[in-house]
Unconditional design. Sequence first.
Length: 70
Amino acid sequence: MLLMDITFDSYWKKVLEYGIEHFDDERLAKESYLRGVTSMLGLLVSQGMPPEFLDELAEGIRGAKRGMGK
């Protein structure tokens, strides 16, 4: 659970507080995906990835968000 607490901070705590059965599977999947992507991007930036690589990643994330209706 510690990794979930760190990665998904307040969102995961809200899921645990209200009970996972009150959350729609699709909503959980979308929220977890977006938070996971954001965490990974932060890790890559902190490790000094080249800007061109980060630009490609950012475009991929925008495409995924468009595909999910966000």
